[in-house]
Design a protein around this ligand. Structure first.
Ligand code: CO
Length: 196
């Protein structure tokens, strides 16, 4: 696999709907470790696999954002149920740096998933952990927090998004980001290895 890096909006992999992971090998464990390192370096508290250009249904979270504090959590094949309540809060995303916006989400959810050792996760969570899990699970479905912003608040970031779109076009022109068909082919190869 290529060296991991965080991709930015509007890279097509961020719109890819990930299939469940059926196989965890040593290389995938190493990838998850690298995801934590990238997340800390970028000063984030969560990172989904498609943010590092991988079509895998998993994400990592450490609410402290500090490798020496908090708890490192890995969620594989997350399923969210029993949403309760509503809460509004400001969100950002490592794939759209420097852009923030208010997002309305359920305040409490149930999460079922597996950790990296194959142990079942079955928890009811609220607060920041619930918000982080909802934000990261959205990523796995190709959804970004900007999609959930109100039209009026989204207007305030349109200019910033336009800059990301221009930067993306330049990276596609220079060949640094593959065209959508080539990218889809690469994702399918990774899926054949981990999602069958
Ligand atoms: Co994000």
């Amino acid at each position: 696999m290529q060296a991991l890096k965080i991709i930015h909006y509007p890279h097509p992999t961020l719109r890819h709907k990930s299939k469940p992971v059926t196989r965890v090998d040593a290389q995938l464990k190493q990838t998850v470790n690298e995801m934590f390192q990238l997340m800390y370096k970028a000063k984030g508290i969560g990172l989904a696999a498609n943010q590092v250009d991988l079509p895998l249904r998993l994400f990592v979270i450490n609410l402290s954002g500090d490798p020496d504090e908090g708890e490192e959590r890995v969620f594989i094949n997350p399923v969210i149920s029993k949403p309760k309540g509503q809460a509004e809060a400001d969100e950002g995303c490592l794939s759209i740096p420097q852009v923030n916006g208010t997002v309305l989400r359920p305040s409490k959810i149930h999460i079922s998933a597996y950790d990296l050792n194959g142990a079942e996760i079955d928890e009811t969570v609220d607060g920041l952990l619930a918000r982080a899990i909802l934000h990261e699970t959205d990523h796995l479905d190709g959804v970004l927090f900007i999609d959930r912003m109100s039209d009026t608040s989204k207007k305030t970031i349109d200019g910033l998004l336009y800059e990301f779109e221009n930067e993306h076009k330049a990276l596609v022109s220079s060949g640094e980001i593959p065209d959508p068909q080539t990218n889809a082919k690469r994702l399918a190869e990774i899926e054949a290895r981990y999602c069958n």
